[in-house]
Design a protein around this ligand. Sequence first.
Ligand SMILES: *[C@@H]1O[C@H](CO)[C@@H](O)[C@H](O)[C@H]1NC(C)=O
Ligand SMILES: *[C@@H]1O[C@H](CO)[C@@H](O)[C@H](O)[C@H]1NC(C)=O
Length: 616
Amino acid sequence: MTATAISIITISDTCSKDASSDTSGPTLVQLTREMFPQSLIRTTVIPDEREVIEAMIKEYCGMDVDLIITTGGTGLSSRDVTPEATKAVIEREVPAITVALTTESLKKTPMAMLSRSVAGIRDKTLIINFPGSKKAVIECFEIVRPILNHAIAIIKNEITKVKSVHNSMQLDHVCSHKKFSSNVDLSKVALRPRESPYPMLQMAEAFKVIDSVMKEWEKSLEQVKIEDSMGCIVGEPLFAKEPMPPFPASIKDGYACLSSDGAGVRRVRTVVRAGETSEAPLEPGECVRINTGAPLPPGADCVVQVEDTKLISASPDNKTELEVEIIKAPKAQQDVRPIGFDVALGAELVGEGAVVDAAVIGILAGAGYQHVRVRTKPTVAILSTGNELQDPSEATLKPAHIRDSNQMMLKALLKENGYPSVCMGVARDEASELATSLSDAFKRADVVVCTGGVSMGEKDLLKPVLLQDFGATLHFGRVCMKPGKPSTFASCQFQGRTKYIFALPGNPVSAYVCCLLFVIRALRICEGRRSDFPRMRVRLNNSFPLDPRPEYVRAVLRFTEDDLPHAEVLGNQCSSRLLSACGASVLLELPPASDNLDCLPAGHVLPAIITGRLEH
Ligand SMILES: *[C@@H]1O[C@H](CO)[C@@H](O)[C@H](O)[C@H]1NC(C)=O
Ligand SMILES: *[C@@H]1O[C@H](CO)[C@@H](O)[C@H](O)[C@H]1NC(C)=O
């Protein structure tokens, strides 16, 4: 059972300059504190700026806040944008809350008619707009009070626990840095197992396990600004709300004419440039000078390019054409892009499941879409473990320490593949500290990627902590691969949600390879993408000895006259040497050594997993 996290956002230009003038925010804190005595309440005061409001609500939702109440900015003045900002970030509206607020408030003041409050849900957070005045805040809180507990519990999927939520509220996982005491005791080193108790899975089995576990991830959609949607998967088809072009447009610089006039001399009435309109319909015998992209004047049905005309007469100063001759009779619709020629009204612009790329962003921008609903990406947290690790930001190395490179590397690797993540720092090899860090990571993310602590040392606490402190299910604990043998995949329930844990070896190259092969695969499945990276056939540049395990070797591709790219294996492939991954475009999939093949000769053709840019 978990306690409640609440955020109160005061939205007011005045209060954001002088927080002491905010009376509604503190009143709400007092009211929520009375109702949820042990809750964690955060407050903030921000100006009436739509982007700031949206960002703030999103940030709180990202922190797994259960309830956000805003006060202010719901009225009719031009700066009142709270409802618009709220609408932009919520995923599902709960209109009846707003109806109740309005209905009840109307009994007290007709001014309630002027409130535009919105209520809704984003992820697991309930968001309600209250008006700005202290009096209104008190009244509105009384109106929603009866449903808050129940609503929060349903949204958190804790409906089965509603009774206990009603009875006692206690602080558990909400407050960060609260020490978590672990049940794991590995002090009896002499009793440790000498052999890993985990069965060794073949790669294909490991992939199958990941696929079937991750398919259970609850998919959802979220609304993002189109400029933030690059690389996302479109969640629902988008249709053209207007035809493109929205008016018949000229394809040439020339004269808009009536085709029924045929060839011959025309009076040049006026000029229409791109971006201009002309009102009066074209009369027979008239034409209008027109530029590329400009709308045809009413009546005109064709365009004759300048090259097909002759000047007959001009004004004495030569600034205005008076008459031109159309040399060849034009056809109707000649050099005209009719309405909807590029995109018809109602045409599907982007289908469900499309990956947003630059062209899609352009299409959506051109079609007047500011937002697009995309498949929600899982949130990812990265945690390093090891007493020897120090933060890379520290200038000098402590004795017997090394800088943690994994966290930043994995963050960059995930980002390159379209997945944002948060770094949770380094946990020391101590069960309670590891458990605390894991629980913090679970609060922040759906998927937690740990490095280190999965080998056979007595300090390799990850598996026992996951099993004993979080009741995790271990899907695999060893994989037949090089590098990355101790790779571990687990899941557990935490605060009513499933968390997925990838515990990768601490060696940087192992972490790199396993993140590519396992973690990114899992994230792609959550987004409903193809799970596999694309593969291509390449020719091995140098001979390469085979390992008893299937090996993943970092290589760079050289594109030559040959029909296949040449793969040059990078540097020393030892699993602690990250230099061997710099510039890698592919992972070569080497088969395990067998009795008749213990070395691949130069020129051998084999599959390569494309993991990076093809050329550097
Ligand atoms: C206009 O053009 C004509 C034909 O080239 C020329 O004879 C006349 O001088 C021009 N007038 C002016 C004001 O430039
Ligand atoms: C491997 O690469 C080197 C350097 O680019 C080149 O000289 C050599 O011919 C290549 N060998 C093969 C078998 O492609």
